[in-house]
Ligand binder design. Structure first.
Ligand SMILES: *Cc1c(COP(=O)(O)O)cnc(C)c1O
Length: 394
């Protein structure tokens, strides 16, 4: 065999040895074959389970999908290249064979709002925006617009309102609509939307599930009735996650419950401390007894975990005070993501809600003095010390 031939054949395609590796290997292969072509033919036609092409199915991705479906009691899952591609394919799935109409929470993640307004609405999907925590308003919108889908986040950003997923599930089932829940902030540790009656649950695994700020990825967890549509759509649209990212996500998920418990506990400490700080005029955190969704929170999150996001207002602050505060932080990372192992700060008026007019931001309750923290796994006293010195320098 010549070197050129060896370069593409030697050592490759070894059958797995009888030993089982203790973690899932990264299968980078784009295609798979069998000893005889008849088997491949049966795999292509779905008569036989197997792999043929990685846009259809990939062993590393499947391992992650099995893991995520198990965490949220789904019939199956799809791993995707980002949280946004997960939301896109989940909405396409929800609207297959249903009215092309969505009742959507008005407090969605910014890119999700743009997906609805700039991509789905121009393609003929009707979108009606509601305050998802106001069930009377949702009920009215559902009876008037007869949507094919209701879309919400479990915990909203940045004011951390909590949606009554159980009540929304009842409403959507009565209306024949699919309930799609972006469960990124709550995570499967705090909330499993399918157990509460939702049809599709979506994650940006970029955040808590992968957890280390080194993966961009998403996932859709599906009930039995939407799974085959979801997978068929994905075969055609190709929103697949790469196997390297699947591997990293699986690695992250193993410690996700430990990290999340610690992050939630840290967040409770930080929220309580902020509430007593003279330079802080308001704290937004679902554990607060005066939280507007306290009843829903008590029902949905009974285990004393309220998430690891904390938002707060700097008293009498504006852009200048906020910038001074952020620049003074020494430990907390000034990055726009969330869910990583380190604590991060974000200024919504400058980043996530930048495109919204100041007047509209005020209507949403997002002031120019509002900051959002994603609490990490550090010792909470170090996080609090950093916040304290930065607040005192405002
Ligand atoms: C980050 C995020 C998304 C988008 O996920 P990407 O992985 O960045 O595409 C969607 N929803 C929520 C709630 C998010 O925090």
């Amino acid at each position: 065999m010549k070197l050129q031939t060896k370069a593409v054949h030697a050592g490759d395609r070894r059958k797995p040895s009888p030993a089982t590796p203790s973690t899932t290997p990264i299968y980078t292969a784009s295609s798979f074959f069998y000893d005889d072509v008849e088997t491949l033919d049966r795999v292509f036609s779905d008569e036989e389970q197997g792999y043929c092409y990685s846009r259809y199915d990939n062993p590393t991705n499947n391992a992650l999908e099995e893991l995520l479906a198990a965490l949220e009691s789904g019939a199956g899952a799809l791993s995707t290249s980002s949280g946004m591609s997960a939301i896109h394919v989940a909405l396409l799935t929800a609207l297959t064979d249903r009215r092309r109409s969505i009742v959507a929470s008005s407090a969605l993640y910014g890119a999700t709002i743009r997906l609805l307004m700039n991509i789905l609405e121009p393609s003929g999907v009707d979108v009606r925006w509601v305050d998802i925590t106001n069930l009377a308003e949702v009920r009215k919108a559902v009876s008037e617009s007869k949507p094919g889908c209701i879309l919400t986040e479990t915990i909203s950003n940045p004011l951390l309102r909590v949606a009554a997923i159980d009540e929304l599930a009842k409403l959507s089932r009565e209306a024949g609509a699919a309930l799609v829940v972006d469960n990124t902030f709550a995570t499967p540790l705090m909330c499993r939307p399918l157990e509460l009656g939702a049809h599709l649950s979506v994650h940006s695994v970029t955040k808590y599930l992968a957890g280390h700020g080194d993966v961009l990825g998403g996932a859709v967890i599906s009930d039995a009735s939407h799974l085959s549509t979801l997978r068929t759509l994905a075969k055609t649209c190709g929103p697949n996650l790469g196997p390297f990212e699947s591997y990293l996500t699986m690695r992250g998920v193993k410690t996700f419950p430990l990290r999340m418990e610690r992050q939630c506990a840290n967040a409770s400490h930080v929220a309580a401390w902020l509430a007593s700080h003279p330079k802080v005029s308001a704290v937004y955190f679902p554990a607060a007894s005066n939280h507007p969704d306290a009843a829903t929170t008590a029902r949905l999150f009974p285990n004393g975990l309220y998430g690891a996001m904390v938002s707060f207002d700097i008293r009498d602050g504006g852009r200048d005070e906020v910038f001074r505060f952020i620049n003074a932080l020494k430990l907390i990372v000034r990055a726009t993501s969330l869910g990583d192992v380190h604590t991060m700060v974000l200024y919504p008026a400058m980043s996530s809600h930048r495109d919204i007019s100041p007047a509209q931001r005020r209507r949403l309750g997002i002031g120019d003095n509002l900051l959002r923290l994603s609490i990490g796994i550090e010792d909470h006293e170090d996080v609090i010390a950093d916040l304290d010195q930065a607040l005192n320098s405002v």
